[in-house]
Design a protein. Structure first.
Length: 135
């Protein structure tokens, strides 16, 4: 009797595992809330946005008037340029937006040399401070 009882328990266990696999298969096959293609697209867009922002900020610090201001403030432009990729995505986006606004104002003649000097020093200092805080 003990032998029959063990066989019955084994059979019930096998049937339970089989039944659970049948029930859980459709659950595993369901789509996730966000598809793989959507995730890949979002990652690619984030990478492209980061590259655009990085290029925007680096172009800003390569402009001759900006380099002159940095040198007059005794800030090394090459150190700042090398530090830009180390910024977080959010910091880089904010800095790119500010750099874009300053470039627009410079092109439109809305900034005096003194204003440009203060703005460039503030932006360069922001890059340096962010990097110091992150280390």
């Amino acid at each position: 009797m003990n032998r029959i009882f063990r066989r019955a328990i084994k059979l019930c266990g096998v049937l339970a595992v089989f039944a659970l696999s049948l029930v859980s298969a459709p659950l595993r096959a369901q789509d996730h809330v966000v598809s793989d293609a959507d995730l890949r697209r979002a990652v690619a867009q984030a990478g492209e946005a980061r590259q655009r922002n990085c290029a925007q900020v680096q172009r800003f610090f390569l402009r001759e008037p900006v380099r002159r201001v940095l040198k007059s403030a005794r800030l090394d432009p090459t150190k700042i340029e090398r530090a830009i990729p180390a910024l977080s995505d959010e910091e880089l986006a904010r800095l790119a937006a500010r750099a874009n606004k300053v470039e627009t104002d410079m092109a439109g003649g809305a900034l005096t040399n003194e204003q440009l000097t203060y703005i460039v020093i503030a932006l360069a200092t922001a890059v340096v401070v962010i990097l110091i805080v992150e280390r």
